[in-house]
Design a protein. Structure first.
Ligand code: ZN
Length: 165
């Protein structure tokens, strides 16, 4: 069966910076050993990767280069915010340059710490991969129809997917 909206695709991937500056992997699912399971058509992954997966079947391998607009968006200059320390999980460990998650209305968001004050922290809200062209190498493991429950939740369940407590 071919990947489409409301199917669950399990795949391994490697991602590196594309274009002229292509280099080492930024992230790889091969390291953890388990493929990622994604429900298509629900915004679970970046649009460029979702578009590239559509129509693929189990066993297919492909590479795709994705522009920032179809990945994590352009790099926004001065996209800085001052955030009270209570919104960080482990404020005592914050250091400039480190990446950490902040709780927001839209869920956890990955930010880069710029400056740590007494009670507030200045963070850069750009996603670490914002502004980057990304090159993915994907191995499709399998494709299956999503369950009613997965469609209702908007994510894949089971191995490589979302686990509920
Ligand atoms: Zn669920």
């Amino acid at each position: 069966m071919q990947a489409a909206a409301n199917t669950v695709v399990r795949f391994h991937y490697r991602v590196a910076e594309g274009g002229a500056g292509s280099g080492a992997d930024i992230e790889s699912s091969h390291v953890g050993g388990e493929p990622l399971a994604v429900l298509l058509g629900h915004g679970g992954i970046i649009p460029g990767l979702e578009a590239a997966l559509i129509g693929k079947a189990a066993g297919e391998q492909f590479e795709v280069e994705i522009e920032p607009e179809q990945a994590y968006g352009p790099l926004r200059p001065n996209f800085v915010q001052r955030v009270p320390k209570k919104y960080f999980r482990d404020p005592a460990k914050l250091k400039p340059g480190m990446q950490t998650a902040v709780s927001t209305d839209q869920g956890a968001r990955l930010v880069t710490v710029l400056k740590v004050g007494m009670s507030v922290v200045d963070v850069d809200l750009n996603h670490p991969m914002a502004g980057k062209t990304l090159k993915f190498a994907v191995d499709v493991v399998d494709v299956r129809e999503a369950t009613e429950e997965e469609r209702a939740h908007g994510h894949a369940h089971g191995a490589g997917g979302h686990h509920h407590d």
